[in-house]
Each structure stands twice: as C-alpha cells, then as structure tokens.
Design a protein around this ligand. Structure first.
Ligand code: GTP
Length: 370
C-alpha cells in the first residue's frame, strides 16, 4: 500500500523554529521528525511514500533523496500554492495505484496501521478516519459514530450538554482514490470542512477507527517539548541514536563528558559534544551534535539542536534552542523560551515567559535582565 504524507504546511504556530526548517524536518530526539513517521510506516510494511511538499520543499529531498538509503521509495509532489489537506492529496492523485493511507506530517503516533487498514477493508469503507478520545470534548471538532462505527456527524466544539462523542480526528486516513472525484482540482480544499461533509451528503460509506494509541502533534513549542518528554520517558517505543551509557542516557560517538558533570536521564546527547566540568543535565533533555556545554551550566527539560554553545554557569530550563546558536556566560533561558537558529544571546541575559527569538538575532550582554 502507498502512503501520502502531508508535509507542505507553513507551521506558523511553531515559528520561529519553522522559519528555515519545515515542521516535519524539525529535529525530534536528534532525527528529523518525519523519520519517526517513516519508522511507523516501515514497521507496517509500507515503504512506498508520496510526500506532498510545498513550504521549504527542498529540505526533504536534500536529506532523503529518493529514499533508497533509508529503505524507502519516495516520490515528491510539489504544490505551487498550498492546496490544503484534501487539495494536496488530489494533487498527487496520478501517482496512486489503489487504496492508500494519508498522514499528517506532524503527528507522532504508534497507531496499529495494519488493524486500521483491515478495519477499512472489512467495512468496505470509502474513507476511514483514525480517531482518538479526548478529555475535554468541548475544545475540539468531534466525530460521532453509530454502533457499526459509521460516521454520523461532525460536531465543532459543542457545549457540554450537546456532547455525544469524545472522539477527535487523529489525522490518519485510509482512502479509496475514487472519492477524490468530489475534490476540485488545483484549489484549496480541506478534509474537515470540504470532503467529509460532502461524503456525509453523498452517502459514501465513511467510518471511524477509534483507538487508544499514543497520539500527539508537534504543532506548538509546548507540544514540541511534550513529544520529547513522552519519547524520552518511553511512552512511545523508539530507538535513540548513540549508546545507552546510563539509565535512559544515550550518548553519540566522540562526545566527551567531564567526570565531574552529572547526567540524569532521560537524556540524549549527540556526537562530538563537549560537556565541561560541573555541568548538571537533568532530563528530559536532548542535546544535538557538535555542542559545547560550558562549566557549571545547568540544563533541564530542554531541546538543543546541533552546533550550539552554552556558556559557563548558564541555566537553561524548559526551552528550545535551534542550531548554530550560542548563549553566553551566566545567562538564564527558561519559561518556554524558543531561540531560533543562528542566534547569539550575550552573557547575563534572562529570557523567560515564552519569548521567541527570530533567526539570526544577536542580543548584547545583559540587555534583557528583568
Ligand atoms: P500551522 O500554520 O501552525 O497551523 O501549521 P501547518 O501549516 O503545518 O498546518 P496544520 O498543522 O494544520 O497541518 C497538518 C499537516 O498537514 C502538517 O503536516 C502540514 O505540513 C500539512 N499541510 C497543511 N496544509 C497543507 C497544504 O496546503 N499542503 C500540503 N502539502 N500539506 C499541508
């Protein structure tokens, strides 16, 4: 079976991390996020993958090429303008050869794809939506099913008294290509507001597949950090790069850790890093390749990409630092702060309260200290 992965979104909620990197290529546990999606597909025997690309499209092909080195057969289909989720699938129609899977390229899940596909076939469904339960149904668009699990209705953020379902769309579908006759070509068109209501009207069988699989998108900085927590805590099975040198602490090759540094997992440290004397790392933490953490710095609940320098005595907590950036000495970075790539944060600055620093910004020493 083929899978179409939608990877063309702008990722506006994750800016500035997505200014120079498309959301599905952001590093997650030191691998491009989409690699985790590829792993799931491969576990279920799916290697023929069509990537619907648009925003910063060259990043995918540059890294993965034709996919053969990764055990994949990749086809890239570019949209001139963003076509929305269903419009993007319509745009790849000519490459499809039968029933296929659609994935949002920003969702981490361990969904049983084999069971989903079997369910779709048994029900003779035209379009099957994977569903996950949520605690507060009033905050989401819900999907109401009948006893046979056929979709009856879509409810957008209902009041508590109108709640009849706690299931939301998890963004993974199994689809018969012929339903795309309802989707206009070369136009912006969405599954939720376009194709799904049309299929309810036409009476084409559309089913929901509820499961308690792990499910989380990386759509915001908070969720990006949360996905790291869950991966590192083992909530969803994964292999991490490097060797496990302590309880849930993985380290890459040629990384040097001073004996006086304390590493408390879960943590992943990339290769060719230098962790200087007195450093304290308290997981969940991910540090990329070629990073230097200066003496007596502390890092807790943070994700740091490749080629980052953290100055001596700095404290990083609950933050993301993108690649090729540096923080000077004695700085404090916390409270959900996001620092984009190629930034320089001078000595002594205190960045808190979810502040977002755009790519290439330099902040002089002691400029922000409130
Ligand atoms: P936000 O701007 O923060 O909402 O992010 P986004 O642009 O990624 O949108 P959203 O999170 O709703 O997208 C879900 C998935 O669909 C992501 O993997 C996107 O890359 C993808 N996607 C969204 N819109 C398009 C589109 O117009 N074309 C293609 N090819 N993919 C899309």
């Amino acid at each position: 079976m083929q899978a179409v992965i939608l990877v063309g979104g702008l990722g506006t909620r994750l800016r500035p991390l997505t200014c120079n990197t498309p959301k599905p290529m952001l590093p997650v546990a030191n691998r491009p996020f989409i690699d985790h999606v590829f792993s799931l597909l491969k576990r279920h025997g799916i290697t023929e993958i069509i990537l619907a690309i648009q925003y910063l499209s060259e990043a995918f092909e540059k890294f993965y090429g034709d996919g053969s080195q990764f055990g994949l057969e990749l086809t890239y289909v570019h949209e001139k303008e963003p076509l929305g989720t269903a419009g993007a699938v319509k745009n790849v129609q000519q490459y499809l050869n039968g029933t296929f899977l659609v994935f949002n390229g920003d969702v981490l899940t361990d969904l049983d794809l084999t069971a989903l596909i079997r369910f779709h076939t048994e029900k003779e469904s035209k379009l099957t939506i994977s569903l996950v339960p949520v605690e507060d149904p009033t905050a989401y668009g819900l999907v109401e099913l009948d006893e046979s699990r056929r979709v009856q209705r879509f409810l957008e953020k209902p009041r508590w008294e109108d709640v009849t379902s706690n299931l939301i769309n998890a963004g993974t579908y199994v689809i018969e290509p012929d339903v795309f006759r309802y989707v206009p070509p070369a136009q912006f068109y969405m599954f939720e507001r376009g194709l799904f209501p049309v299929l309810l009207q036409t009476g084409d069988p559309m089913f929901g597949f509820p499961s308690n699989a792990y499910w989380m998108d990386i759509g915001t900085p908070e969720k990006y950090l949360e996905v790291h927590h869950d991966l590192l805590m083992g909530k969803i099975g994964d292999n991490f790069p490097g060797q496990e040198i302590g309880p849930r602490v993985w380290m890459g090759e040629k990384t040097e850790v001073d004996p006086s540094a304390r590493l408390m997992g879960p943590a992943i440290i990339g290769s060719k890093c230098l962790i200087e004397p007195g450093v304290k790392i308290t997981g969940p933490v991910v540090i990329g390749n070629n990073c230097v953490v200066g003496a007596d710095a502390t890092i807790e609940d943070a994700v740091i990409w490749d080629n980052v320098r953290v100055g001596a005595q700095s404290a990083l907590r609950n933050c993301v630092m993108a690649g090729n950036s540096e923080v000077g000495q004695g700085a404090t970075i916390g409270g959900g702060t996001v620092i984009a790539d190629n930034c320089s944060i001078g000595d002594g600055n205190k960045l808190e309260k979810g502040i977002r620093i755009w790519p290439g910004v330099s902040i002089p020493a002691n400029a922000i200290t409130f």
